[in-house]
Design a protein around this ligand. Structure first.
Ligand code: HEM
Length: 455
């Protein structure tokens, strides 16, 4: 029949006014800008993010096409990953793709399988217990605490202890500050990418220094090659000894160093944001918190959670999932189409930049009624089964799905469970909205202040 039926549809473009005002609007509030554009143009449209032409995709089927079905056609040669590459270099997160990425992923994947995570969970419990011990000393019943620095501290200790062994000492605190600052610099750059990162401005020089500190710290840790406190191998040793069964290949020391930095970035930055939002949302919804507490009491009967308990805490997991829907810290990604493709009937030319924003996707009105409402019931098994795959992807999807997904989920579950077991979290009256710090990752903009009532 007629060729017009099969001809790709034209991708709508933002108006000239929107393009011109977009630059400052995005700097002010990227989420608001994108939400408005989705409202007006729907699931597929062309836009510019800081001068970079992109096609935004907001429908699960379209995202499925790019990340899963035709995944070999899309790589990470794009503006977002160029921004973070000075820190991540050729490690797994930012690696462009292709055979060298495949080989690395194959080599590293077994280190994140279930039995390994089960060993890592003990550290998660120990660090959370240590934090609760500090809270008991520092706060009286009903005191108000700023929780973000504390969860950030344990997130970094959990990842570094699992990577490097027994204890990493006070250096972690310096590294923690360096991390936060580097994220700030890169986040600012991402919102306004001028001057280029290789220009020696004071903040870019500072970023280089932070990266050098981090490299030095990781190199020292690799040199020491400790074991964990129970004598079992560290994640670092597991990675260093890993052999690719297909090729017999092992990582060289430069690659190992870069992968360790990637795991630290992946394991610290995102988990801190997620845990902070999680505690905030639990406090904001007392009825949800009480139901969690009842479940925790029933499953654990007062003891500390272990890895095997996590799967039994089904309601708590629904709360974590709903938090990651509304406030997933990895809130955006980009790809480049290597060759041409057709997505949902729209033609995509070779070399097109693709932008996917999980924040807007996770509010798509076709799949999330009353999207701003915090409702863990959305993750009851029946509700999950009724949604398309890829309507919910806080850890990405397809080939490049987060390697640390089970690590992160176990950690969030253990932290939330142990805190709610011992404390009722209460949002003080007139707590201002915590807001969104829209950096490379998403974090609370303002302090999360919670009243800690002993149970
Ligand atoms: C709540 C916590 C976390 C969230 C929301 C998260 C989210 C994500 C997302 C969305 C991606 C895919 C990005 C893309 O497709 O462009 C990713 C990749 C990755 N994440 Fe995570 N992540 C979390 C925790 C972790 C942890 C704990 C680790 C390590 C221990 C980790 C290590 C990585 C690595 C290495 C990759 C790159 C995988 C690859 O491309 O092969 N992440 N993460």
């Amino acid at each position: 029949m007629s060729a017009t039926l099969t001809e790709p549809r034209q991708i709508p473009d933002l108006s000239l006014g929107e393009k011109l005002s977009g630059l400052s609007a995005i700097r002010r509030d990227q989420v608001a800008f994108l939400s408005k554009a989705v409202e007006k143009y729907g699931d597929v449209f062309r836009m510019r993010l800081l001068g970079n032409p992109l096609v935004m995709l907001n429908h699960p089927d379209h995202v499925h096409r790019v990340l899963v079905e035709n995944r070999e056609n899309y790589d990470k040669e794009n503006f977002l990953y160029r921004t973070v590459r000075p820190v991540l270099r050729n490690g797994l997160i930012g690696a462009i793709g292709g055979e060298s990425w495949h080989r690395q992923r194959r080599l590293m994947q077994p280190s994140f399988h279930r039995p390994k995570i089960s060993a890592f969970a003990d550290t998660m419990t120990e660090e959370t217990a240590a934090m609760l011990g500090r809270w008991h000393q520092r706060y009286r019943d009903g005191d108000v605490a700023a929780v973000v620095p504390d969860v950030g501290h344990i997130a970094l200790r959990i990842v570094t202890r699992n990577l490097f062994g027994a204890d990493v000492g006070p250096t972690t605190e310096a590294i923690e500050n360096d991390f936060t600052y580097a994220n700030q610099i890169m986040g600012d750059f991402f919102r306004f990418p001028f001057p280029p990162l290789h220009w020696p401005t004071p903040s870019h020089l500072r970023l280089r220094k932070l990266i050098a500190n981090l490299d030095r710290f990781v190199a020292e840790m690799i040199e020491q090659r400790n074991t964990r406190s129970d004598g079992s191998p560290t994640l670092l040793s597991i990675l260093a000894d890993a052999v690719d069964e297909e090729t017999g290949h092992r990582m060289d020391s430069v690659q190992l160093q870069q992968e360790v930095v990637n795991i630290m970035v992946g394991g610290y930055e995102t988990t801190t944001g997620a845990a902070s939002f999680l505690l905030y949302l639990i406090a904001k919804h007392p009825e949800v918190q009480e139901r969690m507490h009842a479940e925790i009491t029933e499953v654990l009967d007062g003891r500390q959670p272990g890895f095997d308990d996590v799967a039994k805490l089904t309601y708590t997991r629904m709360v974590v999932d709903e938090t990651l829907r509304l406030r997933g810290p990895a809130w955006q990604t980009m790809r480049r189409a290597v060759g041409p493709d057709e997505v949902g009937g729209f033609g995509i030319d070779a070399n097109t930049g693709i932008y996917i924003n999980f924040y807007t996707m996770h509010r798509h009105r076709d799949f999330w009624p009353d999207p701003e409402r915090f409702d863990p019931e959305r993750f009851a098994p029946q509700a999950v089964a009724e949604r398309p795959r890829n309507a919910y992807i806080p850890f990405g999807s397809g080939l490049r799905v987060c390697i640390g997904k089970h690590f992160a989920l176990t950690e969030l579950m253990i932290i939330a469970t142990m805190i709610v077991q011992q404390y009722r979290l209460v949002l003080p009256d007139n707590h201002p909205p915590v807001g969104l710090d829209q950096l490379v990752t998403l974090r609370p903009k303002h302090e999360v202040l919670l009243r800690l009532e002993r149970r």
